[in-house]
Design a protein around this ligand. Structure first.
Ligand code: R5P
Length: 292
């Protein structure tokens, strides 16, 4: 952006928004965003946004609660003359239901994309779960910028885990894990995963004993229920590996997922700050700043 933007944090996104405001020397957007006692949203814009480029920072885990306030705020800002609304959503939700797995299912990724495209003019995100789709442009009608955490993860591994062997949970992670491993100067293994339900994952293991003197580092784009990592850890430990380090780009940690991961033998759990969590060790602020 040539003109400095005005940056608003949606609730829970203050840390990243403030970091962007400071490093870009941007204006801080002031708004009141709070729930009424009955659960409806109250939105009041305090800053003057007329003719300004507005950035809304709102990561989108647990998206159902966030979407309405985001929609109301964006539309209100446009109503007050904002020139352009850029949505910075470091974690982009609803990317995994990208086809009808069973008859009658809603392809939520498409409808979610339509909804976001109806109130934002641009989207910036980090490693969205692109599996069967090759680009966000297939579903988003607004311009999108996709940023990648892989180089940051490689650097973290290089600096913190000598003699690492990277482990990807399934074939769809291979390309990504291979790139992280190459830059970290490490070897990698790929498991074969089958998801049997929300909470049930089975992992088939290739011959993994070969690297069991190295420190295993599980890498995945999302840790949600953590079942994928928990199953992988079981197999690695059975194969004689030491407790693995688990790295996720997006740590959602649904319900007791984090505790489960630690209980199942993870030595350390590391995430980027696309979703604020005590496991955040890898900052994506600089990527977003450059994109803006
Ligand atoms: C799925 O394809 C993703 O890459 C992750 O492996 C998955 O979302 C992890 O989910 P969970 O933590 O619920 O096993």
């Amino acid at each position: 952006m040539i003109n400095k933007p005005i940056i608003f944090a949606l609730p829970g996104n203050e840390e990243l928004a403030n970091s962007l405001i400071n490093s870009l020397k941007a204006e801080k957007g002031e708004a009141v965003i709070r729930p009424f006692p009955d659960g409806e949203s109250y939105i009041k814009v305090v800053s003057d946004v007329s003719d300004k480029k507005v950035v809304l920072v709102c990561t989108l885990q647990q998206p159902d609660d966030k979407l309405l306030p985001l929609y109301f705020l964006s539309k209100t800002l446009k109503g007050f003359g904002a020139k352009k609304i850029t949505l910075v959503a470091p974690y982009l939700a609803y990317m995994r239901q990208d086809k009808q797995f069973n008859l009658g299912e809603c392809i939520t990724s498409e409808l979610f994309a339509k909804l976001i495209s109806s109130f934002a003019d641009e989207l910036i995100t980090v490693d969205p779960h692109l599996h069967r789709r090759s680009s966000l442009d297939e579903i988003y009608s607004i311009p999108t910028q996709v940023l990648h955490a892989a180089p940051l993860i490689s650097n973290w591994i290089k600096e913190n885990i000598p003699n690492a062997v990277l482990v990807g949970p399934d074939s769809e992670s291979e390309q990504w894990v291979a790139a992280v491993a190459k830059k970290a100067g490490a070897k990698y293994l790929i498991m074969e995963k089958t998801r049997r339900g929300d909470m049930e994952v089975t992992i088939k293991v290739p011959d993994v004993k070969q690297w069991n003197q190295n420190t295993p580092v599980l890498v995945d784009d999302i840790i949600s229920t953590a079942r994928t990592m928990v199953e992988t850890i079981k197999h690695l430990i059975k194969a004689g590996y030491r407790s693995p380090v688990c790295i996720g780009v997006h740590g959602i940690f649904a319900s007791d997922a984090y505790e489960l991961l630690i209980k199942s033998g993870a030595n350390q759990v590391i995430t980027t700050n696309t979703i604020p969590h005590p496991t955040n060790r890898i900052a994506i602020d600089e990527l977003i700043k450059t994109a803006l």
